[in-house]
Design a protein. Structure first.
Length: 438
């Protein structure tokens, strides 16, 4: 009897999946205002001149398109049906992205459906995908812990939007959440991308579809999805948990480290339960993360990887906890601001001012941040440039924890043992070769 009930449920879910896919195909007319000719796209990409990415479904090109009277950089994905992506995935992505306006979900700007040409045009994400920055040693730019936390908050907001805010009775299950599908714009804002494998489900239903084989990327896919073929929003939560641990540890799920290990769920659980997670966190990141933040971040990430979907938190809970962590880390980083001057003989430390975060009336009584009226400059001793060079390894790359318009910020420890952030200002010409005056 139990087996028969399961079969009936699976049949219903499959039928529901077919109905949704038919609706997507029939609903393409709603996206007609975004239709572009192949000639327009050829012109925009200079005949597909600049390839910026290659994937399992085709190539991505950079181009420029006139949108609302303004020449705008775009990313153009030209699908190749011989590589696996057919009409269904093409239509799915167009339908699911049409009308989705959220700062943390990549925007659909247009598409082309002419003969065998299946092309999708997105907003251009200048920094590329998050997976390029996971490992601190992979690129010239090393994401600081604070930057990583901001990116995680943005990605969580985007995924929560797909799960809970796309429509009154609908939600979107991504099915392929991974660091390679989180794009970063010029301001490092995270954007969920690549919805070609996504499923539209009815809000409130735990199950959305039964498929013949599990989709997604090895290392990120939950075990239940692989064994049952049933996907839910908690499947995305599991995958997002793996991304969180990638960001925390500075290790990739898909690239073997120097110690011969891949970051995997069994490995994470072993080190987490053994209270030795810091052993697999990259040394550069380990220096930047407070013990409290390490505990809170790893705890919510670990909850995402729990065996049993009912034990995993929904995305709105993950988002809220990450936002709270970011608020605390921003207040801490602000309280450690140390500004430098340009000579060896003059004082190089300015008074530190602890900024206050804006809080509601109900939050003020519990706030750990000083109010604006209570904030006073804190006098600190003068330090010599040579001492600053010493505690930052001569302003070395490995000491960098942030960069901005006016200069670069380095981490170091004062002779008292206090951790400090040292801001080295650019000179008048905008170069970082000297210490600019404040």
């Amino acid at each position: 009897m139990e087996i028969q009930c399961v079969r009936l449920l699976c049949s219903f879910v499959v039928f529901l999946g077919f109905c949704i896919e038919d609706a997507l195909m029939a609903g393409l007319i709603e996206s007609q205002h975004l239709a572009l000719s192949f000639k327009e796209i050829e012109t925009a990409t200079e005949n597909f001149r600049t390839c910026i990415g290659k994937g399992g479904y085709g190539h991505v090109y950079k181009g420029e398109l006139l949108i609302a009277g303004k020449l705008t950089a775009v990313a153009v994905k030209r699908l190749n049906d011989r590589l696996g992506q057919g009409l269904k995935e093409f239509l799915t992505e167009i339908q699911l992205l049409t009308g989705q306006e959220h700062p943390n979900v990549v925007s659909l700007l247009g598409y082309c459906d002419e003969g065998t040409e299946k092309i999708i045009v997105y907003e251009y994400a200048e920094r590329g995908s998050l997976n390029r920055y996971i490992r601190p040693s992979d690129t010239a730019y090393c994401l600081t812990w604070l930057e990583r936390l901001k990116i995680c908050v943005g990605a969580a907001c985007g995924l929560d939007h797909l799960h809970s805010h796309v429509g009154k009775h609908q939600s979107i299950i991504h099915r392929d959440i991974k660091s390679a599908n989180i794009l970063l714009d010029d301001k490092w804002v995270a954007k969920i991308s690549d919805l070609g494998l996504s499923k539209l489900s009815l809000a409130g239903l735990d199950r959305s579809a039964v498929i013949s084989h599990a989709c997604g990327t090895p290392g990120y896919v939950e075990p239940e999805y692989i064994t049952s073929g049933i996907v839910t929003k908690k499947s995305d939560v599991y995958s997002f948990g793996m991304v969180l641990f990638e960001v925390l540890c500075g290790r990739s799920c898909t690239v073997k480290e120097d110690d011969g290990l891949y970051l995997s769920a069994p490995m994470i659980k072993e080190y987490y339960k053994g209270r030795k997670l810091d052993e697999i966190v990259h040394p550069i990141l380990r220096k930047q993360i407070s013990t409290d933040c390490m505990y809170k971040f790893s705890r919510i990430a670990y909850r995402c990887l729990q065996d049993g979907r009912e034990r995993r938190p929904p995305m709105h809970v993950v988002k809220k906890e990450l936002e709270e962590m970011l608020k605390i880390e921003l207040s801490r980083s602000g309280s450690l601001s140390i500004e430098a001057e340009s000579t060896d003989t003059q004082p190089v430390i300015q008074p530190i001012v602890v900024p206050a975060l804006q809080t509601s009336e109900s939050e003020k009584s519990n706030s750990i941040v000083a109010s604006p009226t209570d904030t006073q400059p804190i006098g600190v001793p003068a330090l010599q440039l040579n001492e600053l060079r010493k505690i930052t390894a001569n302003f070395g790359v490995k000491s960098i924890i942030g960069e901005g318009t006016f200069g670069t910020v380095y981490a170091g420890h004062l002779s008292s043992g206090q951790a400090a952030a040292i801001k080295r200002f650019k000179d008048r010409d905008g170069n970082g070769s000297g210490l600019g005056r404040v």
